[in-house]
Design a protein around this ligand. Structure first.
Ligand code: GRF
Length: 202
């Protein structure tokens, strides 16, 4: 069974969806540990409530992104993690981590990439007046939200939407999509060639 590490800085509603998909046996994986760069992240509480190892790794003592990522790497190696799942982790990963875990790190982003990468993706969608937005699960490379796309789900953008209402609709889609992508990975159904991710539908 694949062993996951979930990295999260915030609420951890995607983490919750992942836990539920494992508990209901939709995904055959285990969450070995949850790591956060924020001591008070509700994601850590969600993990502890389930008896899952939850670690706060404080970025403050580290002088560079690389140094911090080396500390993360050490933990991920010790814990023999197969797949790193970024679920609202608010730090850009450095090549130190990405190269060792290449095609073994996934991220979820609240837009239909390559539209609106980076921060405030939901706000950007509203500002541009797009009629459809959604979420994307992708493998992480060294760029900003730029790795091979695994799955996407579209949601409508309504005229009356605010950032909150649109984000809520996107969040609901994320909670469906992330477990599906993790499941595909765990069943070895994903192949990346020439920067594109192909799904084995058999
Ligand atoms: C999600 O919207 C995700 O797309 C983005 O960060 C948010 C995390 O939400 N990367 P949560 O902490 O899982 O509730």
């Amino acid at each position: 069974m694949k062993r996951l590490a979930v990295l999260a800085s915030g609420q951890g509603t995607n983490l919750e969806a992942i836990f539920q998909s494992i508990e209901s046996r939709k995904v055959a994986a285990e969450v070995g540990l949850v790591i956060s760069d924020r001591q008070k992240a509700p994601a850590l509480t969600r993990a502890r409530q389930r008896g899952v190892n939850a670690k706060f790794v404080d970025p403050r003592p580290f002088t560079s992104r690389e140094q911090y990522d080396r500390a993360l790497l050490e933990i991920l190696r010790q814990e023999q993690v197969d797949l790193v799942v970024l679920a609202g982790f608010m730090r850009l990963l450095s090549p130190v981590l990405v190269s060792e875990f290449y095609l073994r790190i996934m991220n979820i982003h609240p837009s239909l990439l390559p539209a609106f990468p980076g921060l405030n993706a939901v706000e950007q969608a509203l500002t541009h007046g797009v009629k459809v937005s959604g979420c994307t699960v992708h493998f992480v490379d060294e760029g900003l939200d730029s790795g091979p796309v695994i799955l996407q789900e579209a949601v409508p953008v309504l005229q009356i939407d605010t950032v909150e209402t649109l984000h809520q609709r996107i969040h609901a889609a994320e909670h469906r999509l992330y477990p599906l992508a993790i499941d595909l990975y765990c069943r070895s159904k994903l192949t990346v060639k020439g920067g594109r991710c192909y799904i084995d539908e058999t």
